[in-house]
Design a protein around this ligand. Structure first.
Ligand code: SF4
Length: 310
């Protein structure tokens, strides 16, 4: 990618809304047929996380009520994989609330990867920070994607998380890229960040050591008991502006309209697809929060007249 400054990105982001969407749509059409990639999330280990991400119900620092679960048995993960396959899902994404996985957790995840690959689906994991050795081990087990979000701008990062730095995130992403695993990296909007932070977040995505193959854009789901439970709502025009700007800067990357879709009407979601989003989490549960009912998703995809999983 050509070097793009924050000022360049700001000019793209701040242009009149309809011009921005129109430009993003035209770039999207040059690079993709209209389709939606379906991914399934499964929380393989829930809660008890030592990190203090202020949006997350799994953090030990937040007071949310969630069911803490140790690593799932292999047959439970296989059940999820088989159901996902029947529904036409392309990738299974495993999430575990760790600062970094220990040796036995990593071995178990390697077994999960084996099961996903055995059934012919793509595998993705999000397990916290990884050393070079850990990334190599996951690559050897057949992992296709590693998700590690930068969450927000480097400037706003310490307002949201204090138990790690923005650079820690980039270091893991460097290891993932060197190991030859595809990078899935995006962020969350509506954390109380400014528009300048959103521009800076997009700029940080363009500066990653390995360009992401997949960019999840989440809208904060306010969970009671978390520090951001009462933050001001995001103006949804900002969500569309972020998606459109990311599409213009990453013409060939899948953009996943991730958490927060339940807060969007069908037309608002359609506006996001119009602006470049072409991937969703399919299934009623995200890691700990609810997701859209799959019948509603099927219905919306049919109303749009597009294919799932291109
Ligand atoms: S977002 Fe991930 S790292 Fe942060 S507290 Fe939640 S589970 Fe832990």
């Amino acid at each position: 990618m050509l070097t793009t400054t924050k000022e360049d990105i700001s000019i793209i982001y701040e242009q009149p809304f309809l011009e921005l969407v129109s430009k993003a749509r035209s770039i999207h059409q040059q690079n993709f047929v209209d389709d939606i990639e379906l991914c399934q999330l499964v929380s393989v280990k829930t809660g008890g996380c030592p990190e203090d991400c202020s949006y997350c119900s799994q953090s030990n620092s937040n007071q949310s009520e969630i069911k803490v679960n140790p690593l799932l048995p292999l047959d439970e993960v296989e059940k999820v994989v088989l159901e996902a396959k029947t529904k036409g899902v392309k990738r299974v994404c495993m999430g575990a609330g760790y600062k970094t996985p220990n040796t036995s957790a990593l071995s178990r995840v390697n077994e999960y990867i084996g099961v996903i690959k055995k059934h012919g689906l793509e595998s993705c994991a999000t397990l916290g920070s990884l050393t070079m050795d850990q990334a190599n081990e996951l690559k050897a087990a057949g992992l296709d994607y590693y998700n590690h979000n930068i969450d927000t701008s480097p400037e706003y990062y310490s307002q949201v998380i204090t138990t790690r730095t923005f650079q820690d995130r980039v270091d893991t992403l460097t290891n993932v890229g060197i190991a030859g695993i595809k990078v899935c990296c995006g962020g969350i909007l509506g954390l109380g960040e400014s528009r300048a932070d959103r521009v800076s977040f997009i700029h940080a995505l363009t500066c990653l050591p390995t360009a992401p193959d997949s960019i999840p854009i989440n809208m904060l789901v306010k969970v009671p008991g978390t520090k951001l439970a009462n933050v001001e709502d995001l103006d949804k025009f900002e969500l569309v502006r972020v998606i459109a700007t990311v599409r213009i800067l990453f013409p060939k990357t899948r953009i996943r309209l991730s958490a927060g879709r339940l807060e969007l009407s069908e037309l608002e979601q359609s506006m996001c697809f119009m602006s470049g989003a072409n991937s969703i989490f399919y299934g009623e549960k995200l890691l700990t929060t609810d997701n859209n009912h799959q019948d509603s998703d099927k219905n919306l995809i049919s109303k749009l007249g597009i294919n799932a999983n291109g």
